[in-house]
Design a protein around this ligand. Structure first.
Ligand code: AMP
Ligand code: ZN
Length: 460
């Protein structure tokens, strides 16, 4: 069965197909901006894309998939971070690239075949901008920046269905807030391909395209240039989180198609955002988690992976610590079940319903449901280990990965918890509440369950 996936451009389920003669499936996934640790929302997108990569390998063969995911290592955020810390840009971006790699490995995400950086592809970006200038799809602004002329590309807005949005909101583009570069542009909707150097950029600058000032590339051209270099002019699938649909991906299409003269991507897929306790994650709300925050609370990275797949990728997913507890216990069940499988001879293939769900628009909750239905229905002795492992491969669950050690509470905290549990069981709720407060002062929270409790360090 082919993998069918929703296509954001045509708004329909379409099979994923390799369009080039060599039969290699060309897959581009927009990567992280490396200026801080990625948060668990970012990892929802990367874990979902990792499942796509795994399905592609199963469908086309391991050596017939080419997966490119870039690193955005120069933009306003990375430059600001380096300036604030008084460090060279390359040092800051290397620190966060290394951290990103470590987190991806802990989450069992397969590394992409190529991981190009924006700073490593300045020439490719400049070359593309020069073609766009020559074809009059771009123009030089008075300050030496270069902008893309949106009115020169008829199809602009097709991916994000801009016309419909304009009908709803008046004019989506005209309604955009005035940006600092408004005076430089011919039209408010034009976007930067090349940004002329400004004093706040420090020593971050490269020689620009013909006639343009020294400076740095805009964000959108990075992906167009890296995709062209490593996958060619026409790719089979381009993905990212839903926030990238407009303007990032819309602008990538405009740049690539005007430069190369062919369709940029045959299929577009966008996964939805992760919410935490029903709200958008943000530092100011104090609900932004990194993988390290969850590890400090005693959770394993594999449990995070599991809970990120527990919701349909095209729907918003609400992350909770309760969900993470449930994921830990589901993984425990899978580990115990796997340990009980016969080395050979099982005749029940649990990967079939799992793969069917995943191939049907990446229905990850459906796949998990099908897996548990199968293992609830069949004794381990009946089940083929090889096929069980194939299901684990598709979902990316590494059952060998060590269960994360619980953060150990100091003895006096354990003692308080024991006292509180005793008070609670004796229905002395006033004493139990007082002890909960004592625990909180000591920096711990106690989670009650039917048959006991666990201790978790409070988030600082
Ligand atoms: P960035 O590092 O900001 O470029 O984002 C990396 C990826 O994470 C992009 O594909 C974003 O669309 C995605 N992303 C950002 N915030 C969230 C979120 N809350 N939930 C899911 N994905 C997100
Ligand atoms: Zn991108």
């Amino acid at each position: 069965m082919p993998i069918r996936l929703y296509d954001s451009l045509n708004r329909e389920l379409k099979p994923l197909e390799a369009h080039q003669k060599d039969g290699v499936f060309r897959f581009y996934n927009c990567g992280p901006t490396v200026y801080a640790p990625a948060h668990i929302g970012n990892f929802r997108t990367f874990v979902v894309n990792d499942v796509i990569r795994r399905l592609l390998e199963l469908e086309f063969g391991k050596d017939k998939v080419r997966h490119v995911r870039n690193l955005t290592d120069v933009d306003d955020k990375t430059i600001r971070r380096a300036r604030d810390e008084g460090r060279p840009l390359a040092e800051v971006t290397k620190q966060w690239t290394d951290k990103f790699h470590a987190d991806c490995a802990a989450l069992n995400c397969l590394p992409p075949h190529v991981e190009p950086t924006a700073t490593g592809h300045i020439k490719e970006q400049v070359d593309m901008i020069e073609v766009l200038l020559r074809k009059r799809h771009a123009y030089r602004a008075p300050d030496g920046s270069v902008y893309f002329r949106v009115s020169s590309f008829q199809e602009y807005g097709e991916l994000s269905h801009l016309q419909e949005r304009e009908l709803k909101t008046g004019s989506a583009l005209a309604g955009k807030p005035q940006t600092a570069d408004a005076d430089e542009k011919e039209d408010g909707s034009d976007f930067a391909l090349w940004k002329a150097w400004k004093p706040e950029d420090g020593d971050v600058k490269w020689p620009g395209p013909d006639d343009a000032a020294a400076g740095r590339p805009g964000w959108h051209i990075e992906c167009s240039a890296m995709s062209k270099k490593h996958l060619g002019d026409n790719i089979d699938l381009h993905t990212g989180g839903v926030d990238l649909l407009f303007p990032h991906h819309e602008n990538e299409i405009a740049q690539s198609e005007c430069c190369n003269g062919v369709t940029f991507a045959n299929h577009w897929y966008h996964s939805e955002h992760l919410l935490v306790d029903g709200k958008k994650m943000s530092k100011s709300l104090g609900n932004l988690y990194t993988l390290d925050d969850l590890k400090a609370k005693g959770f394993s990275p594999m449990a995070l992976r599991y809970s990120l797949l527990a919701g349909h990728p095209r729907k918003q997913l609400n992350f909770t610590l309760d969900g993470l507890h449930a994921a830990e216990s589901a993984l425990k069940t899978l580990r115990a079940y796997r340990a009980a499988l016969p080395a050979q001879g099982g005749t029940v293939f649990v990967d079939q319903p799992v793969l069917e769900a995943l191939q049907d628009d990446l229905n990850t909750p459906g796949a998990l449901g099908a897996l548990f239905t199968a293992i609830n229905h069949h004794k381990p002795a009946e089940v083929s280990a090889e096929h069980f492992d194939r299901a684990m491969f598709a979902l990316g669950f590494d059952l060998q990965a060590a269960e994360s050690p619980k953060a150990a509470a100091p003895a006096e905290v354990e003692a308080l918890a024991e006292k509180r549990w005793a008070a609670k069981t004796a229905k002395d709720f006033a004493a139990a509440d007082a002890l909960r407060k004592e625990l909180a002062t000591a920096g711990w929270s106690m989670l009650d369950r039917k048959d006991g409790y666990s201790l978790e360090p409070l988030k600082k």
